[in-house]
Design a protein around this ligand. Structure first.
Ligand SMILES: Cc1ncc(COP(=O)(O)O)c(C=O)c1O
Length: 406
């Protein structure tokens, strides 16, 4: 063996002993695989209810005209790309505040930062509570958005679960939730969907919000509201009712906000974390912690999408245009809900649910049969995106569901 050959053999041995060899492989994103299967399906009548984004009647997810106008303004007038800061665009944060908390909300106890999407807001909030309340558990209502548990797990916050709704009856499990909250130790965190529950569409009534807020206030629990779909349920004001009720009852509150759906900005990653705390003094301390956590995560958030939202919200004309575009989306989703519910009494619950998603009580075999036999694509959990429906496919979809139900 030559010296050269020895060193090559040694090199080969070193390469097979990777530092990453101990990593377990992770499952691929099932929804991405579904997108691929749908694209490859040649059947003209195929129906895509799998994706998580809004689609119009043409099956497109267009850029809002109000956002396009704001982007044109940004392109023409932006004078620098210099750094912003870990808090992001302060004008964006200020413009969102009345939309979420209402006009005239006391901002002295409010702090927060712009984040990369609602996901970034959830992660930052999870890290904040992990630091402030190291013994706390977060309570998640099941089923929930599949990323909630991994986000809290990544921040080392233990997770407890209760039932949010019963898939078989499509009824809310509110009594079980009340019991879970009443049994939770003070200081635990309660994660709530502000509106348009993903994946069930089962939201709380204002009366239920008040009851939850009373329990959380009495028991010293910390509400953490995920508000990712404001304006896509009952309307912009109505969809913020839960946040506002909780803010009136509880001394502290976190809101993870996303503009990615209600401004159609998905890939621009636009969100914010709002934290209400008991006093202006604590708000200052919380803010300093948020800035430190943000610096250690992403340093500062991406600017473009948030700047476009700010320009929209600072202009009366663009705000009117944005509200009208959002309202069209909301009305289209609700028309598909009532249209589908009217076709089959077994689907009546769909009309009462809110937002883009509902989850049907289907076994994985039935989900597969819908895909293979009827060209209907949905998540393996039975979650459907109502925005994938159009007037022309409501009846074939209802018929396919009836066929697999047998
Ligand atoms: C309930 C819920 N929360 C948060 C998010 C995160 O939104 P973003 O895309 O802004 O990170 C989503 C996105 O699907 C969601 O459904």
């Amino acid at each position: 063996m030559t010296m050269m050959a020895e060193s090559e053999a040694g090199q080969a041995a070193r390469i097979t002993r990777s530092h990453f060899g101990g990593l377990p492989a992770q499952p691929a994103d099932a929804l991405l695989a579904l997108i691929g299967m749908y694209a490859a399906d040649p059947r003209a009548h195929k129906i895509d209810l799998g994706v998580g984004v809004y689609k119009n009647e043409a099956g497109e997810t267009p850029v809002f005209a109000a956002v396009k106008a704001a982007e044109a303004h940004l392109l023409a007038h932006q004078a620098t790309k210099s750094y912003v800061g870990p808090e992001g665009d302060i004008g964006f944060f200020k413009a969102l505040t009345p939309l979420i908390f209402g006009e005239g909300h006391d901002t002295a106890r409010l702090c927060g930062v712009q984040t990369p999407g609602g996901t970034g807001a959830l992660r930052l909030g999870a890290e904040l509570v992990a630091k402030a309340l190291p013994a706390a558990t977060v309570h998640l209502g099941e089923p929930t958005w599949p990323n909630h548990a991994p986000i809290f797990a990544a921040a080392h916050v233990p997770i407890a679960r209760y039932r949010h709704m019963d898939l078989a009856t499509q009824a809310s499990c509110f009594a079980e939730m009340e019991a879970a909250l009443n049994a939770a130790p003070a200081g635990d965190i309660i994660l709530l969907h502000g509106c348009c529950h993903n994946p069930t569409g089962v939201d709380f009534s204002p009366q239920q919000w008040t009851r939850l807020a009373e329990i959380m206030a009495e028991r010293g629990l910390l509400p953490f509201i995920d508000l990712a779909y404001q304006g896509l349920g009952d309307g912009l004001e109505q969809d913020a009712a839960g946040v506002r009720i909780v803010a009136r009852h509880c001394p502290d509150l976190l809101v993870a906000y996303s503009c990615d759906k209600n401004f159609g900005l998905y890939r621009e990653r636009v969100g914010a974390l709002f934290v209400v705390s008991a006093s202006a003094e604590t708000a200052g301390i919380v803010q300093s912690n948020l800035l430190a956590l943000a610096r250690a995560n992403w340093s500062m958030p991406p600017d473009h999408g948030a700047a476009a939202v700010r320009i929209v919200l600072e202009s009366d004309e663009l705000t009117r245009q944005w509200r009208a575009e959002l309202e069209d989306m909301r009305l289209r989703i609700n028309a598909m809900r009532t249209g589908l519910a009217a076709l089959d009494p077994a689907l009546a619950f769909i009309a009462a649910q809110k937002g883009m998603f509902s989850t049907l009580n289907l076994t994985p075999e039935k989900v597969r049969a819908l895909r293979e036999d009827h060209a209907v694509y949905m998540a393996g959990s039975g979650r459907i995106n109502i925005a994938g429906l159009v007037p022309g496919n409501l009846a074939p979809f209802a018929a396919a569901l009836a066929a697999v139900r047998g």
